[in-house]
Design a protein around this ligand. Structure first.
Ligand code: ATP
Length: 317
């Protein structure tokens, strides 16, 4: 039985970047152990979840893109990660996933900023609120970790140390706000392909150098000094992303030439992020980078910001 129409619950959920991403060797089960420092940025998707109503609101997913965001590769069916998250919650509380999910995407698709995971986290929180599910934060985090490795962080937000596949999280003390310029490419990179490329590069005699220990990164975050953090940004997947997409070298150089303190590929790329010495500097770097023709679009962002949160509606009576 479908319920009567009610107001949607809308959740805002941030993109992530990896300030540090250390990738272990390929395990027998096909996964890699990760040690990563996530930071949630002020680029966010909006996810709304509405009760389906027979003949009026069909269960399913609808996807729209913010200005300049290409959503043509985002599935509007049951393979969408947001739908999978709602299904997982429905199974846990033994009910039908009788909802319509609306995604308004500002996070670049297949960009290494975990947009799909963000939508999954947003849908999970919105459905839990709509259905008044009382499984607590721990219950939601458990389901999030089942749905995908970055989903738990999208719920969590802020700055966090992730281990395992990235789903085991510990909050990290991060003083001050850091200012970033985000260079979005005109295409995506598939995460499994980038991991495969890293395995291939590591099998060669001239294997890429690995990032250092995470502790200095945590100290720089605690000090809040952008200049210290800039020296420590590192991502083991960067060599693989650049190998698959050599144009990223120009993008990375372009950001530093434009005045950023440092740049790094975000996650599996191809988005590159540049740490800047304050907000004014970020605006200047963004303007110069936009004119350099080394990426599709340029955004200014800051972090850390909170994880998924309800911004409208609470499921009604
Ligand atoms: P990550 O950083 O977690 O590796 P990503 O940011 O590189 O991910 P996503 O934007 O999450 O990549 O999308 C990767 C692929 O997942 C897309 O190409 C799309 O086919 C599929 N997908 C499924 N659900 C979604 C969703 N809600 N939003 C975006 N992509 C989705």
């Amino acid at each position: 039985m479908l319920s009567a129409v009610g107001p949607p619950v809308t959740v805002r959920v941030p993109a992530k970047i990896n300030l540090h991403l250390s990738v272990g060797d390929l395990r027998d089960d096909g996964y890699h152990d990760l040690v990563t420092v996530f930071q949630a940025l002020s680029i966010a998707d909006e996810v709304s979840v509405t009760r389906a109503v027979a003949g009026a609101i069909e269960p399913g997913v609808a996807v729209a893109g913010a200005d300049g965001v290409d959503v043509s590769e985002v599935p509007a069916d049951t393979t969408n990660l947001a739908w999978r998250a709602v299904e997982a919650l429905a199974r846990r509380v033994d009910r039908e996933p009788d909802v319509r999910i609306g995604l308004h995407k500002a996070i670049p698709v297949a960009g290494g900023m975990a947009g799909g995971s963000a939508d999954a986290a947003g849908a999970l929180l919105a459905a839990a609120s709509l259905w008044r599910v009382d499984i607590g934060r721990e219950g939601l985090l458990e389901i999030a970790a089942e749905v995908g490795s970055d989903v738990a962080f999208a719920l969590h937000g802020g700055t966090a140390l992730g281990t395992g596949r990235g789903e085991r999280l510990v909050p990290v003390l991060s003083r001050h706000t850091f200012h970033w310029v985000v260079a979005v490419a005109d295409h995506g990179l598939s995460t499994p392909t980038v991991f495969g490329e890293l395995d291939r590069l590591r099998a060669r005699p001239e294997a890429p150098r690995r990032v250092g220990d995470v502790e200095p990164v945590l100290e720089a975050l605690a000090s809040g000094e952008a200049r210290s953090l800039a020296l420590l940004l590192g991502n083991d997947l960067q060599a693989a992303a650049v190998s698959l997409d050599p144009g990223l070298r120009r993008t990375l150089r372009g950001g530093v030439d434009a005045g950023a303190l440092a740049g790094v590929v975000s996650g599996s790329g191809p988005t590159c992020v540049f740490l800047c010495d304050g907000q004014d500097a970020a605006v200047r770097v963004a303007a110069e980078l936009a004119g350099a023709g080394v990426c599709r679009t340029v955004r200014v962002a800051h972090g850390p910001v909170p994880g998924a949160r309800v911004v409208d509606g609470d499921g009604g009576p």
